[in-house]
Ligand binder design. Structure first.
Ligand code: NDP
Length: 475
């Protein structure tokens, strides 16, 4: 079985401990053994990064551009093979896996261009004969902690801007799906990224991640994952004076109004709630439907969900792959049971026998917004259908949540679409589109309990990955 090492100071480093990366479609299929960094490896990675920061942050933007461009080009040229790896380790369908790898390539190419666009400002001073310059500089050495559900796109959208703006990087991917992160490390190395500029420390959150967050040599942490871990990290970053960015959960509402195009609404809800096995922070987990359309919408959604083909991620007929692991499957099943206890009529949600963690999509009919099954993030193929009287109640229900990542509305009314866009409390709004599925050149992030700190992606990523310097200069 192939053994995958960590990357520190440009060298592949062996560890005493390792973990098997298991295919959730078929648990007999082991992708490889992946090293687990101990605290000494993290310390060496931080030292290596700090050692080269001056040279890297002072390097020509063209130099950084060429490395990121080559990385993007290689990922793009290997997208079928890497997409297969992604589907094998995470469980999303092959089409979704190849799509995510393509996205990672586009992100590297976008940030290659961003190296050349880091503009500042020159302003006249309030004092005669003085100029004021406002410039952006790299922050330093950044720790990037990523989850399993987008094992190549999320590392890409953190690593690419960090490097583009001149920071050195230590990446800690999720132990459940480290394969794609290892490939990014290898491709960056082959693309000429200097030793120490990018370091990979695979390992557990409790050991490797914790050390990264606590390390005094780390200047900033960008994290995507669960709410409790995010909060723990934020506290530690505040204690140690680090800049921090958190992307966490969602309980995203999709409003369906009486005047919606039924086909558009059912497609958007089906995609938003169940594709990628519902394992997306932007998944539509609350479907808020107005009175007159409710019953026929529920009937069509339930019928369509029942027809979705759940199976091996690499089988081209599968529309939904497996749940990522046994723990997540058990979490999903406990919420299916809870929804029933709370009075919902549940259709689907059963486990399908097989060599992996297969579960049918679950529709929780008769839900209300006070139920725990409608308030807590499940992170599986489960959606609550909530009946409301009218648009006003739909908007109020959409906003009645501790989260605020993505929110959608299906309507043919420009008046309601515009009102919703202006009044829904979320970072992203989707009109007649699924709540999941975003572009890479515009900001990504949420409000309330979903996010903390500046936005990710697009040129807005510079708010986190650079720091501003103001210079006063006598003429
Ligand atoms: P976690 O928040 O536990 O993990 C996210 C990342 O943080 C992983 O790399 C993890 O390492 C690491 N980590 C865990 N604990 C620490 C720590 N104390 N210090 C530093 N790093 C740490 O999420 P899980 O992957 O365990 O998923 C649990 C739940 O989180 C899901 O069921 C879902 O509800 C939610 N989730 C939300 C996501 C989102 O995008 N909103 C993404 C993924 C999960 P490792 O896992 O390797 O131990």
């Amino acid at each position: 079985m192939k053994h995958y090492s960590n990357l520190v100071a440009g060298e592949w480093v062996e560890e005493a401990d390792s973990v098997e990366n298991i295919n959730p479609s078929n648990t007999q299929d082991v992708i490889g053994k992946y090293a687990r960094a101990d605290t000494r490896t993290v310390d060496q990675a931080v030292a290596a990064a700090r050692n080269v920061f001056g040279e890297w942050s002072g390097s020509s933007p063209q130099f950084r551009h060429d490395i990121l461009e080559a990385t993007g080009a290689t990922i793009m040229s290997r997208r079928e093979e890497l997409g297969r790896l992604l589907s094998r380790e995470e469980g999303k369908t092959l089409a979704e896996g190849v799509g995510e790898v393509t996205r990672a390539a586009q992100i590297f190419k976008f940030f290659a261009g961003e190296t050349l666009r880091l503009a500042g400002d020159v302003l006249p001073s309030v004092r005669a004969g003085v100029d004021v310059l406002v410039e952006r500089e790299a922050i330093g050495t950044v720790g990037l902690i990523t989850p399993w559900n987008f094992p190549i796109a999320i590392p890409a959208w953190k690593v690419a801007p960090a490097l583009a703006y001149g920071n050195c990087v230590i990446l800690k991917p999720a132990e459940l799906a480290p394969g794609c992160a290892w490939e990014i490390a290898n491709i960056l190395l082959q693309s000429g990224c200097p030793a120490g500029v990018f370091n990979l420390v695979m390992g557990s959150g409790r050991q490797t991640g914790k050390r990264l967050v606590e390390h005094p040599g780390i200047d900033a942490i960008s994290f995507t994952g669960s709410v409790p871990t995010g909060h723990e990290i934020a506290v530690k970053c505040a204690e140690t004076g680090k800049r921090v960015q958190l992307e966490m959960g969602g309980k995203n509402p999709m409003v369906v109004l009486d005047d919606a195009d039924m086909e558009v609404a059912v497609d958007a809800c089906l995609n938003g709630a169940f594709f990628s096995t519902g394992q997306r922070c932007t998944a539509s987990s609350r479907l808020i439907v107005t009175e007159s359309i409710h019953d026929s919408f529920l009937e069509k959604l339930t019928l369509a969900a029942g027809k979705l083909v759940v199976g091996d991620a690499l089988d081209s007929s599968s529309q939904i792959g497996p749940v990522v692991d046994r723990t997540q499957l058990e979490q999903n099943l406990s919420y299916v049971a809870l929804a029933r206890e709370e009075g919902c009529t549940v259709t689907g949600g059963e486990v399908i026998d097989g060599p992996g963690f297969y579960q049918r999509p679950a529709v929780f009919a008769g839900a209300n917004n006070q139920m725990r099954s409608a308030r807590e993030e499940i992170f599986g193929p489960c959606a609550s259908v909530i009946r409301v009287a009218d648009y006003d109640e739909a908007l109020q229900t959409a906003n009645d949540t501790e989260f605020g990542l993505s929110a959608g509305i299906c309507t043919r009314s420009l008046k309601f679409a515009n009102h919703f866009r202006r009044n829904v409390k979320s970072g992203m709004v989707m009109i007649n589109l699924p709540t999941a599925g975003v572009d890479y050149h515009v900001p990504f992030g949420g409000r309330k309990g979903s996010s903390y700190g500046p936005r990710e992606q697009g040129a807005y990523a510079r708010e986190f990955y650079t720091i501003v310097k103001t210079t006063y200069q006598a003429a």
